[in-house]
Design a protein around this ligand. Structure first.
Ligand SMILES: [Zn+2]
Length: 382
């Protein structure tokens, strides 16, 4: 009754937009190329089969938002070194497996584009797995190959720090891009059928990876530097190179990524990142849990709004073209989502905003996963 009364207060056009947006969201494949939700499962033991009143994503809210095929990032902080980073990756993969095993009727592992289409059609969430940081292979291609065997289908080449073979966008360059071994990693990922992810890497690493890759690449969670000048975003020249490569940029919703008003905060977060003292095992895991809780407590209200996200989509479409833009929200990895997009369930509001900006349904469906599905198919072969 109250809802009906409120609906009467909304202009008729806005009601139409939201109804259309919900239908488009329901029909779209719904790929988000980066969410950090599995951290909450491993560290906080979150039951993501239920609609939770904290965090940004869980199975019910992914359905509400129409994002039915998220990439679950198995992110390991760079203060996990060597074999410790491999152990942490296994812990995250195990946490993911516990979700898959506990809720077989609601979520299923997707290994390729065909799997994603089939699983989404069956009404379940399709979980596509990535690892976030090349340090997680401990400089060993055999480890990379075993990750592939465990169903992991993408890797971000670096995280916030340089590793032994790839420079990061938020560290002092050590290698002038990718080393020879780094190029070998890219070629091995091409051969196996893993999507090369160039978010987080330095500009030079980005160009080196595109040159070394025989397949389209992805910027899984980055936005446009022309609109918000932070190193994690990409230049127009990089967007043009990405289009030429056939790849896709998943627009990041995070604080500072999309609004210069929040960028100072992101820059200070990056510069205040500490390198943890050498630790191993449980001590290191306890440190990681504390860091994670501290980050969560840093949650704040961003100045950025849903219109800023539209501006980044518009800019990327203008420079790279409609076939090269997608969504890489970084939900559960960001502390200040934009106003109007507080969690994944709000995604239809973004669709309504795109409709108001004149996007066609067909173009919106490309942004909501059609483009990223094309990259996955080109890389996995199916
Ligand atoms: Zn990230």
């Amino acid at each position: 009754m109250l809802l009906a009364a409120m609906a009467l207060l909304l202009p008729l056009a806005a009601q139409d937009d939201m109804a259309r947006a919900r239908r488009i969201s329901a029909e779209a494949i719904g790929i988000d190329s980066h969410i950090d939700t599995i951290q909450r499962v491993l560290i906080g033991n979150a039951d993501i089969s239920r609609r939770l009143n904290y965090g940004h994503a869980d199975i019910p809210r992914l359905h509400e938002g129409g994002m039915k095929a998220p990439w679950f990032a198995l992110w390991v902080p760079t203060y996990y070194h060597g074999a410790e980073a491999v152990r942490r990756t296994l812990d995250l993969r195990d946490a993911m497996q516990r979700v898959l095993d506990s809720h077989p009727g609601e979520i299923e592992l997707a290994l390729n584009a065909g799997d994603i289409e089939r699983i989404v059609k069956s009404g379940k969430i399709a979980a596509f797995l990535s690892i976030e940081g090349g340090h997680q292979i401990d400089d060993d291609l055999a480890v990379l190959r075993m990750y592939y065997r465990m169903g992991i289908r993408s890797m971000t080449l670096s995280h916030f720090r340089d590793n032994n073979w790839a420079d990061s966008s938020t560290d002092t360059p050590r290698h002038n891009g990718l080393t020879e071994f780094g190029k070998e990693v890219v070629r091995e990922m091409n051969r196996l059928g893993m999507v090369v992810d160039v978010s987080h890497v330095s500009d030079k690493t980005f160009y080196d990876a595109i040159a070394a890759s025989s397949k389209p690449v992805i910027l899984s969670h980055s936005s446009c530097r022309a609109l918000s000048d932070v190193p994690r975003n990409v230049t127009d020249d990089m967007l043009r190179a990405l289009a030429k490569n056939g790849g896709v940029i998943g627009i990041n919703f995070g604080e500072g990524f999309i609004s210069p008003k929040d960028a100072a905060r992101l820059r200070s977060t990056i510069s205040s990142m500490s390198d943890a003292p050498e630790m191993t095992g449980k001590t290191l895991d306890e440190y990681a849990a504390k860091e994670y809780q501290r980050d969560l407590q840093g949650s704040f209200k961003a100045a950025a709004t849903i219109e800023d996200v539209v501006a980044h989509i518009d800019h990327a479409v203008k420079i790279a073209g409609i076939d090269h833009v997608g969504i890489g929200s970084d939900f559960d990895g960001i502390t200040g989502p934009p106003q109007g997009l507080e969690d994944v369930s709000k995604m239809p509001a973004l669709v309504a905003a795109l409709l108001r900006h004149g996007y066609s349904e067909a173009d919106i469906k490309k942004i909501l996963g059609g483009n990223t599905l094309r990259v996955i198919r080109a890389v996995t072969g199916r």
